[in-house]
Every structure is written in structure tokens, then in C-alpha cells.
Ligand binder design. Structure first.
Ligand code: GLN
Length: 212
């Protein structure tokens, strides 16, 4: 099984570990550069993006995270994790830093006070078997996507109708919502498959490393 790390500085780490296990991965927590170097893929959990970035910096992980993601490490971010994987963030505190890699503009806390937290069904491209129950908690949405970014899901209906809430660019996936809170591991399973495919590709068919 692929070894998938969950960035464990802050946020809903436990729920992601459980969802990854249910999706057939071997999950581990990542707090140090050596732990990051060992994983085949990484989940950046939900939580608070500013706090997570500050802690990553303090733990000496921010630069290693940037280097790893740019070097082709598959990563999946939910909610705050989406913010951390985004290249550009609106409504962030001055000086907010991210890991980046996803060519998107996200708006933090985008859904506004009235719909601070809400739940709805979202069809996610690449996830078979019907819509995903999407839980949004002070969630960001994606306001702009670059040319290489695939939109995987949008809100349908309500005040946020049409807003982009799931995206993929190569080995990076992000959702505004928290599939880890629902007991449905299909989004994690999609990511685990992506990690398997990336690993097979990096190893080459003969199992000898040939680079990304
Ligand atoms: N509002 C949080 C942030 O900006 C994200 C909330 C979440 O992850 N549930 O980081």
C-alpha cells in the first residue's frame, strides 16, 4: 500500500488518517522533513491555514514542502489544505504564506457569515457512485483557475451556485469541503489511486527509478 503522510501540525489529522486507511493506504503523520521525505503522497488537512503555515515554518517544513510539491509529490488538501496548496489567496492576513503548486486563486472564508457552515451534495469528477456529501466549514472557494487546472466539482443551487469547490492539477487535488468528516472515503480513494499511478510512473515499469 502507498505510504501517505498527513501533515500533522494542526487540524483534523485523525480523520484523514482514518479515511486514508479506509481507502487502502498506509497513513503516517508528518511533522519533520525526514518524515516528509519518506512518503509517496501527502494530505494537508482542514484546520486553520494561517496557523498551519506558521507552524510549518517553525518546524522547518515550509521550504521542504514547497520543494517536495514542486518536485512531483502528490498532495491532497481539504479546506485549509486547499488554501495551503494554492498559489494565490484572497482575504488572507498580510504576509500569509502558502506551499503553493496549484495554479488557482482561492478566497478564504468565502461563503460568508450566513452560510458559515453548510452541507450539500457535490458531483466530483473521477468519483463514481453518485455525489459526495460535502461539508463546508468556513471554507474557501476557488475563484480562478489556471489553464492546467481541471475543475472537478461545483456547488449546485443556493447562494454559492456554480462556485468551484474541487480541483485537480496533475498530482495535486484540493477540495473546499471535508470528505474526511463523512465516513465516505471515495475522494481519498481517488487520491490513493493517483499516488499509486504516480509511484508506478516514477519507478518505471521495471521497478527501477527513472525520475518523474
Ligand atoms: N477558514 C479556515 C482557513 O482559512 C479553513 C477552515 C477549515 O479548514 N475548515 O484556514
Amino acid at each position: 500500500a502507498p505510504l501517505i503522510g498527513v501533515l500533522a501540525l494542526q487540524g483534523d489529522v485523525r480523520e484523514h488518517l482514518a479515511a486514508l486507511r479506509a481507502a487502502g493506504a498506509e497513513p503516517v503523520t508528518v511533522r519533520r522533513p525526514a518524515e516528509l521525505a519518506a512518503v509517496d503522497g501527502l494530505v494537508v488537512p482542514g484546520g486553520e491555514s494561517t496557523t498551519m503555515a506558521t507552524l510549518a515554518d517553525r518546524f522547518g517544513l515550509l521550504e521542504p514542502l514547497r520543494t517536495a510539491v514542486r518536485g512531483g509529490l502528490p498532495a491532497y488538501g481539504s479546506c485549509a489544505g486547499m488554501i495551503l496548496l494554492a498559489d494565490r489567496v484572497l482575504d488572507a492576513p498580510a504576509g500569509q504564506r502558502t506551499v503553493g503548486g496549484l495554479d488557482v486563486v482561492v478566497r478564504r472564508n468565502a461563503f460568508g457569515r450566513q452560510v458559515d457552515s453548510f452541507e450539500t451534495e457535490v458531483e466530483v469528477e473521477g468519483v463514481a457512485g453518485g455525489p459526495v456529501h460535502a461539508v463546508f466549514i468556513r471554507a474557501p472557494w476557488v475563484e480562478e483557475v489556471g489553464p492546467d487546472v481541471e475543475v472537478l466539482g461545483r456547488v449546485v443551487g443556493g447562494p454559492a451556485d456554480g462556485k468551484i469547490v474541487a480541483v485537480r492539477q496533475g498530482r495535486l487535488v484540493a477540495t473546499s469541503f471535508h470528505p474526511e468528516l463523512t465516513g465516505d472515503s471515495r475522494v481519498h480513494a481517488m487520491f490513493v489511486e493517483l499516488v499509486r499511478a504516480a509511484r508506478a510512473r516514477d519507478l518505471g515499469e521495471d521497478g527501477v527509478g527513472v525520475g518523474a
